[in-house]
Design a protein around this ligand. Sequence first.
Ligand code: BQF
Length: 294
Amino acid sequence: MKLIDGKALAQTIKGEIKAEVEKLVGEGMKKPHLAAVLIGSDPASQVYVRNKVRSCDQVGFTSTLINRPESITQEELLHIIDQLNTDEDIDGFIVQLPLPKHLNEEEVTLAIDHRKDVDGFHPMNIGRMAQGLSSYLPATPYGILQMLERNDIETQGKEVVILGRSNIVGTPMSILLSRKAKNGNATVQLCHSRTVDIPGHCRKADILIAAIGRANYVTADMVKEGAVVIDVGINRVNDPSKKKGYRLDGDVHFESVAPKCSYITPVPGGVGPMTVCSLMMNTLKSCKGEVYPK
Ligand code: BQF
């Protein structure tokens, strides 16, 4: 069993980005600039945004954090997005999700200029991705592709099972891995709440990607010997032995599953850091005009 250390890989890639930024800035390019909009004070969202700002510092990007109270109106939020869309210095920005319930996430996502949509959530980017055109890839699937590629894990002809069909992970992951592309060409099954016999599907998987948000859902009996297991889950589980009173568990029961795997990702320190790293990769691409010409 080989552990895929997402934290270490993210550090490596961020080192590469930092070196490239130094070189390009030396040649006269402006520094890449990422903005993040955080509404309210959800503790998990605050941690995620902090991770993004810290990563910007590590790779030599400028970052701007726009924090507004939960009481903001939809119109006020759309106004902030308009300003970011037209601000020439900003290469990309994200609106941290989930938003408070009174705000309309779909309308917010549509309002973001797709050329600055470094989260890759705008229908323009999703649609282009589905058609195999250049686009900003959603951060978590992009990070997972990097983890596979940089460990020389072949996807061509493999049986992939994805648990969960969310717009940000399961659905785009299924599109990417079934594309006619270097890190695609897999046979993909997308399992969800209405799937009959999820364990039966899982047992056939060469690559199993768990993104359902249920702590320790995937157990050893559901995993084929030698499978690659990618754990996207970040679940808070009460644990009085921890300072904070909880710990983070993945969707995979790591202890029992790991001995059966050829590769497995841990939680924390697996997919999570790669998600943040992908955002840096997309922001650099935007600054360079690689996806959409400037
Ligand atoms: C780690 C996210 C669900 C919903 C919205 C490192 C992150 C997480 C874990 C992180 C996530 C999850 C982010 C670890 C960003 C990943 O060491 O295991 C980093 O910051 N993430 C997000 O912005 O929105 C989410 C998960």
